[in-house]
Design a protein around this ligand. Structure first.
Ligand code: NAD
Length: 531
């Protein structure tokens, strides 16, 4: 068994009077420290703040199902195949020899977190992230879902051309028994070129009936597999943006009324979101479109249901959220970032239509905004730009940022991404960094889908309170802690988006540790810097 797929029964026991264990739950007190900062002339006043939290994490790991919309796509079929190969220990031969299945690329299964030092050796002690708190093992996930293409999953896997032949050959009988449920198809939302796939659609009843149909599918899947918890995940084609129209989708009441009236601007992805929220199961959007119209966010808030999105941060954008942060934090000023991709899978085919490309372009565009806005020494804020240009509406200074995506059938799932970072360095000098990345897109995306589902499930078992007299309550509906895996993170309305990968990861690590009552100032390493 590959180490990333191993089954371990690790229990982290925190020796502290602030952390308590029962058979049911881990309860931990945590002091959240921040600072209130104001400028007073040439002085900057910093007032340390602190708030007491108590986190309670249910220890019993549920039987988990994942229902994927777009199950027969490259990601859906690769996700299913990966879980089945691991569950059934399917090994396969390539020219490099015998291969064993794994979960490489999963931040939870394949990366570690530094816990502290081992006093006997003085060396760092690292633990797999998935061992920090009780989490579902991916092999135990029951996978199902919907697709407008009725091909059983063995056919879908062959059509995807992602996995090696000998693995496909052995997985065929296992995959053949998985068949996508019929789905909702509103042709105006995805590219016209997808029409030929749509042979598995719920008949053209109104949107109200479609919603009821999907809700019933969710309930039946849960019952049929005796699941304790379910995640619904959008991995279907990228849709065009929905227009946000007052009275149509801007409030929860308007959205529900629009579904009753079959309003044309309610997209399939939003309808699935409403179904999941009404069934009380987390809903994650792995594609870039604006599924989470304000009405759907409001509905999730009201129902205290969990939602997360948008768009998987798999390759080029992940790299960008590292490189742009590195450059700006190094005091170097990116002047332009030019990103070019070509790919030949069905996702690329769908994105070759302008409205769907637009959704992807928007989702890829905002990824450096927070790093740029954080450095007013390199980038002039809006106020300064307004003064300089005389235009009161002038925007803050920003690097030129362009995104190109082309469909090249020959390369299949093996996406090519070329990026150029052109920056100003010392004394007006210039630096150019070029990056070429090539790999199977779905092999990067699948572990992200896995992490998103496992984390969302975990977060349904975490509750908090800020005073011992209060009842424990769930986290806020929008799970922004999942941002590490998402290209355009959805956050609590009115709060800042964090795109920088290291900050996203730090938030996640610190949160998991906080659930154990652990403070995370370990990188200070004061013992190595003092006498
Ligand atoms: P794909 O085209 O292979 O799969 C999409 C599947 O969705 C198809 O099987 C299609 O028939 C189905 N579908 C379309 N509309 C549907 C509907 N209304 N209901 C149910 N099924 C529907 O694409 P993919 O490569 O698997 O990617 C899936 C999504 O993930 C795309 O939107 C893509 O942009 C997004 N994404 C992928 C990556 C990656 O690295 N692969 C990264 C970020 C985002």
């Amino acid at each position: 068994v590959h180490p990333t797929a191993e089954r371990r029964e690790t229990v982290v026991l925190v020796d502290s009077d602030r952390t308590a264990y029962t058979d049911e739950a881990i309860t931990a007190k945590f002091t959240y420290r921040g600072a209130a900062v104001t400028r007073e002339g040439s002085a900057v006043r910093v007032t340390p703040t602190k708030e007491e939290f108590e986190f309670r994490t249910q220890r019993k790991v549920p039987k988990l199902g994942v229902m994927i919309i777009g199950l027969g796509g490259n990601n859906g079929s690769t996700f299913t195949a990966t879980i089945l190969a691991n569950k059934h220990h399917v090994t396969w031969q390539t020219k490099e020899g015998l291969q064993v299945p794994d979960y490489v690329g999963s931040m939870l299964r394949a990366s570690t977190v530094r816990m502290g030092t081992d006093p006997s050796t003085g060396k760092d002690f690292h633990l797999p992230v998935c061992d920090l708190l009780p989490m579902v093992h991916p092999n135990d996930i029951v996978v199902g879902g919907w697709d407008i293409s009725g091909a059983p999953l063995d056919e879908a896997m062959r059509r995807a051309e992602v996995l090696p032949y000998d693995l496909q050959r052995q997985l065929t009988p296992l995959m053949a028994s998985v068949r996508p449920l019929p789905s909702i198809y509103y042709p105006s939302f995805i590219a016209a070129n997808q029409g030929a796939r749509a042979d598995n659609v719920i008949p053209g009843l109104g949107k109200k009936d479609h919603l009821a149909h999907i809700r019933k599918d969710i309930r039946e899947f849960k019952a049929a597999h005796q699941l304790d918890q379910l995640i619904v995940f959008w991995s279907a084609n990228t849709e065009r943006y929905s227009a946000i129209i007052p009275g149509v989708n801007d409030t929860k009441e308007a959205l529900l009324a629009s579904i009753d009236a079959s309003h044309p601007e309610v997209s399939p992805s939003t309808l699935f979101g409403v179904a999941a929220v009404l069934e009380g199961v987390p809903y994650i959007n792995g594609a870039p479109q604006n599924t989470f119209v304000p009405g759907l966010i409001q509905l999730a808030e009201q129902r205290k249901a969990f939602i997360a999105g948008d768009d998987l941060k798999s390759g080029q954008t992940k790299m960008k959220s590292v490189l742009a942060e590195f450059l700006v934090n190094a005091g170097i000023k990116p002047l332009s970032i030019a990103s070019y991709n070509h790919l030949g899978n069905n996702d690329g085919y769908n994105l070759s239509a302008e409205p769907q490309f637009k959704s992807k372009e928007i989702s890829k565009s905002s990824v450096v905004d927070d790093m740029v806005a954080a450095n007013h020494l390199l980038y002039k804020p809006a106020k300064e730009m307004a003064k300089e240009t005389g235009d009161p509406k002038a925007k803050a200074e920003h690097p030129d940022h362009i995104i190109v995506i082309k469909y090249v059938p020959a390369v299949g799932d093996s996406k090519r991404a070329l990026d150029e970072y052109y920056s100003r360095i010392l004394m007006g000098g210039r630096s150019t960094i070029s990056i070429i990345n090539e790999c199977e897109d779905s092999l990067l995306a699948t572990p992200l889908i896995l992490d998103l589902c496992l984390l969302a499930e975990l977060l349904t078992r975490v509750q908090y309170r800020t005073a011992p007299t209060e009842d424990f309550q769930p986290l806020y509906a929008v799970l922004s802690l999942l941002s590490y895996m998402l290209k355009a993170p959805l956050v609590k309305p009115g709060t800042d988006v964090v795109n920088a990968l290291s900050r996203q990861r730090a938030a996640l690590e610190q949160f998991l540790k906080a659930c154990l009552g652990l403070d995370n100032s370990s990188d200070l390493l004061l013992e190595t810097r003092t006498w």
